[in-house]
Design a protein around this ligand. Structure first.
Ligand code: ADP
Ligand code: MG
Length: 484
C-alpha cells in the first residue's frame, strides 16, 4: 500500500486471549483435564450437564487466574459471581457457558510490550476472567456427520481482554509473546498456540490520523500462531483502509483468517450475533477471596521475567542484551540462577550460556533442561578459566564437548586426562616467544617503530603454536618485554 495513504490512518487493536489452564481436573468437576485422551472419556454427568448435577469450583483455577492478575498488576476482585452465557451449539452440552460477566476476577492492569519498531509501551488490560471451554466439533472429510468430543468441555480457561490500546501489528506480536512468556513462567498454561492452548481473537479498527473517535471494529478469529495474528492484523488494516478510501463504510462483523492466503473473509455480522442473556448462575455460590488466601498466592509467585531482568542488570551488572537472552525462557533463567549460586563470575556464567551452551542446544535441537551438563560442572569449567588453568577457548572448544559426554570426571580431571592444562611455566613460554619473534624480524622491527597493532598477530602465532594452552596474560607480558 502507498505510504502516503497508509499514513492518513491510525489503526486501533484490542486483543482477547484465551489461555487453557494446566490444572489436573476440570473447572467445575473432577474429570481429567488432560489433552489427547480418547474422545469422550473425560465426561462425567456434570461435564455433560445432566439435569440435577451441580458444579463445584476448582480452587486451583482461581489461584492460577489470580497469579496472572498479579503478574499484570491487576486489581483482584474479592467478591465474585459466575454467570451463564446462553447459546445453543452442539459442542456446548449445558446450553450455556459458565463465565464471569460482571465480576471478572482481575481488573485493569497492564502488560509492557517491546515491539521491534517503536518504543516499549504499557498495554492496558480491561479484565481477566475465568470461564470454561466448550467441547470440540470435529469435521472429518471421510465422515458425513460432524463428530463431537466433549473432553474439552469444562476445561478451565482465563480470558485476558485488552483495552483498545494497541496501535501496530508489531505491538500485538510483542503483547502475545509477553503473555506467553508470563503464563509459562507462572506455569499456569503451556502457551502453545498451534495446539490451541493459547488462542487469540483480534479486534481491529481504523480512524483518520489525529481523530479521537474510534472506528467500527472488526473481530478476526482463527489465527494459530503469533506470526499469523500479526499477518491477520496487517491484512485487515490494509483491507479497511482500501475500503474506506474506496468510499465504503466499515461495519462491525466477525471475520476468519486464512493462513494460506494471508487474507480475512466475513463470517457473521453484528446483527446476526446472539443475545447471550447473561444471568448469575444459581448453582455456584459466590466466591470470596480472603486476605489470607490472596497473601498465600502472592507468596507463592515465582520471579517474573522483568524482575530477573532488573536483577541481572542492576545487581549482576550484566549488559541488557545478556539479561534479555537469559530471561527469554523460564528454563534458561532457572539454569542461570542456579549456576550463579555456584560461581560469582556472573559475566562468565552469562557468556557460557549465551555462547557454547546455546550453540550446543541449537545444534542438537534440545531444551536446556536436557543439557547433559549440570550447573555444578559448568561452574567447575568457569573456575578453571578463572584460575588460569585453561583458556576460555580451550575450555569451550575442547573441555566442554568432553564434559558433555558425561565422563564422570571433574573439569580439572578432564583437563588433566586430555593434557589440556595451560602452561604457566614462564621459561617454556619464553622459549616460544623467542621463536616467534625470531621468525618475523621485520614485523618485530615494525612493532618497535610504533605499529603496536602487530601484537595481536604475535599473540595469535603463540596461541596457535601452543594449541591455546599457554596463559595468555603471561604470554602477553613476556611478548611485550621481548619486543621492547
Ligand atoms: P464487544 O461489546 O463487542 O464485546 P468490547 O468493548 O467488550 O466489545 O471489546 C472487545 C475487545 O475489542 C476488547 O479487546 C477491546 O479492546 C476491543 N475493542 C473495542 N473497541 C474497539 C475498536 N473501536 N477498535 C479496536 N478494538 C476495539
Ligand atoms: Mg465484550
Amino acid at each position: 500500500m502507498d505510504k502516503s495513504i497508509r499514513d492518513k490512518y491510525t489503526a486501533v487493536i484490542g486483543l482477547e486471549v484465551h489461555a487453557q489452564l494446566l490444572t489436573t481436573t476440570k473447572i467445575y468437576n473432577s474429570d481429567s483435564a488432560e489433552y489427547g485422551s480418547q474422545p469422550n472419556t473425560n465426561v462425567s454427568v456434570i461435564t455433560l450437564g445432566h439435569p440435577g448435577t451441580l458444579p463445584k469450583l476448582n480452587k486451583k483455577v482461581v489461584e492460577y487466574a489470580i497469579k496472572m492478575g498479579l503478574a499484570c498488576q491487576c486489581e483482584i476482585s474479592r467478591e465474585q459471581i459466575f454467570d451463564r452465557k446462553n447459546y445453543f451449539y452442539p459442542d456446548l452440552p449445558k446450553g450455556y457457558q459458565l463465565t464471569q460477566d460482571r465480576t471478572p476476577i482481575c481488573k485493569n492492569g497492564f502488560v509492557r510490550v517491546f515491539p521491534r519498531t517503536g518504543e516499549p509501551r504499557d498495554i492496558h488490560l480491561n479484565r481477566i476472567h475465568i470461564e470454561e471451554d466448550a467441547g470440540k466439533s470435529i469435521h472429518l472429510t471421510e465422515e458425513t456427520d460432524t463428530l463431537v468430543d466433549f473432553n474439552r468441555a469444562g476445561v478451565p480457561l482465563i480470558e485476558i481482554v485488552t483495552e483498545p490500546d494497541i496501535r501496530t501489528s508489531d505491538e500485538a506480536h510483542s503483547f502475545l509473546t509477553e503473555v506467553r512468556r508470563l503464563v509459562r513462567y507462572l506455569d499456569i498454561c503451556d502457551g502453545n498456540m498451534e495446539e490451541g492452548s493459547l488462542r487469540c481473537d483480534a479486534n481491529i479498527s481504523i480512524m483518520p490520523k489525529g481523530s479521537k473517535t474510534l472506528g467500527k471494529k472488526v473481530e478476526v478469529k482463527n489465527m494459530n500462531s503469533i506470526r499469523n495474528v500479526q499477518r491477520a492484523i496487517d491484512h485487515e488494516i490494509e483491507r479497511q483502509i482500501l475500503a474506506v478510501e474506496g468510499g465504503e463504510e466499515i461495519f462491525s462483523e466477525t471475520r476468519t483468517f486464512d493462513a494460506n492466503t494471508g487474507t480475512t473473509s466475513g463470517m457473521r455480522t453484528k446483527e446476526e450475533l446472539n443475545d447471550y442473556r447473561y444471568f448469575p448462575d444459581p448453582d455456584l455460590s459466590p466466591l470470596h477471596v480472603t486476605e489470607e488466601w490472596l497473601k498465600a498466592i502472592e507468596e507463592s509467585m515465582p520471579s517474573l521475567p522483568h524482575e530477573l531482568f532488573n536483577k541481572y542488570v542492576k545487581e549482576f551488572n550484566l549488559p541488557e542484551y545478556d539479561a534479555q537472552v537469559l530471561t527469554d525462557t523460564k528454563e534458561i533463567a532457572l539454569y542461570f540462577e542456579d549456576l550463579c549460586t555456584r560461581t560469582a563470575n556472573f559475566k562468565a556464567a552469562s557468556n557460557w550460556i549465551m555462547g557454547p551452551v546455546k550453540s550446543y542446544l541449537n545444534e542438537h535441537n534440545l531444551q536446556i533442561d536436557n543439557l547433559p551438563l549440570s550447573t555444578e560442572r559448568l561452574a567447575e569449567l568457569i573456575r578453571l578459566v578463572d584460575d588460569n588453568k585453561v583458556s576460555f577457548s580451550v575450555a569451550s572448544q575442547n573441555l566442554f564437548p568432553e564434559m558433555l559426554k558425561q565422563n564422570g570426571m571433574t573439569a580439572l580431571e578432564t583437563a588433566e586426562a586430555f593434557n589440556l592444562l595451560q602452561d604457566d611455566d614462564s621459561d617454556a613460554i619464553s622459549v616460544l616467544v623467542d621463536e616467534v619473534v625470531a621468525e618475523f624480524p621485520d614485523k618485530a622491527a615494525a612493532y618497535k617503530k610504533g605499529h603496536k597493532g602487530l601484537l595481536g598477530m604475535f599473540m595469535g602465532e603463540l596461541m596457535k603454536r601452543s594449541k591455546g594452552k599457554i596463559d595468555p596474560k603471561m604470554a602477553n607480558e613476556l611478548l611485550r618485554s621481548k619486543l621492547r
